[in-house]
Design a protein around this ligand. Structure first.
Ligand SMILES: [Zn+2]
Length: 242
């Protein structure tokens, strides 16, 4: 989210990356074509039937099955963001994920949830972490969330919001750091992202942004140490129902 406006990235020049509906229309057309092609391939025996049923979503343009309420991080609760604030994708197959971007909401946890549910907000992150350590997922990691104000960075990253204000260090609680670090450790494990400051960065470090979050009070040394510790304490889990 932004430093002053209290909105994620909506006011950033260049706006949320990616065109919503035009993109979606193109995808449907491509999908229909390729599903037809796959059926033809089965006919000629190129792909065994069971192989196809297992791998059909790996065909470019065909989406993985999705189920309501499924989260990518076992500790998260699912609340869907408005689909105006993100773009359907099939990461990491169409876009590789090599970054985690840390934000601060400049508002309460609940106001961030409401903003991401608002189709007029034009921005949202994948996750929101509360000061009590609760984690809500609002966009699947498969999909591109409009949180960085930079199309390339949106496509390559997972965005995590933290409830609070950049100028209030007391908002960054022990519970928040611990929960966020576990979440980030899981993301890094899922996509093979190195745990360092080149790959775990603040919104302020995204090229072209006018946002300052997470601000000078976010303790990066502490955070990365917690992520490293969480990374060695257990394997990441596959998507689970919240
Ligand atoms: Zn931000």
């Amino acid at each position: 989210m932004g430093a002053k406006q209290g909105s994620t990235s909506g006011s950033t020049p260049g706006g949320p990356a990616g065109g919503g509906s035009a993109d979606g229309d193109r995808r449907i057309g491509r999908r229909a074509l390729i599903v037809g092609g796959a059926a033809a391939a089965v006919g000629t025996g190129v792909l065994a039937r069971d192989e196809l049923s297992r791998l059909w979503w790996r065909i470019p343009g065909v989406e993985r099955p999705r189920e309501d309420g499924v989260v990518d991080y076992a500790g998260a609760r699912w609340v869907a963001a408005s689909d105006a604030n993100w773009r359907r994708a099939d990461r990491p197959d169409d876009f590789g994920i090599d970054m985690v971007i840390v934000h601060v909401t400049q508002g309460s946890f609940d106001s961030a949830v409401r903003a991401f549910q608002d189709p007029g907000h034009k921005a949202a992150a994948h996750y929101i972490v509360g000061q009590d350590g609760r984690v809500t997922q609002m966009i699947r990691e498969l999909d591109v969330a409009y949180h960085a104000g930079n199309r390339d960075y949106n496509e390559r990253s997972v965005g995590i919001e933290h409830a609070g204000f950049v100028d209030r260090p007391q908002d960054f609680t022990d519970a928040m750091y611990a929960a966020s670090a576990r979440l980030t450790a899981g993301i890094c494990a899922r996509y093979g992202i190195p745990v360092d400051r080149k790959h775990i960065l603040g919104h302020v470090e995204v090229p072209g942004t006018d946002h300052t979050d997470p601000g000078p009070h976010w303790d990066w040394d502490r955070y990365l140490e917690l992520v490293r510790r969480a990374a060695t304490s257990g394997p990441s889990k596959p998507p689970t129902k919240a």
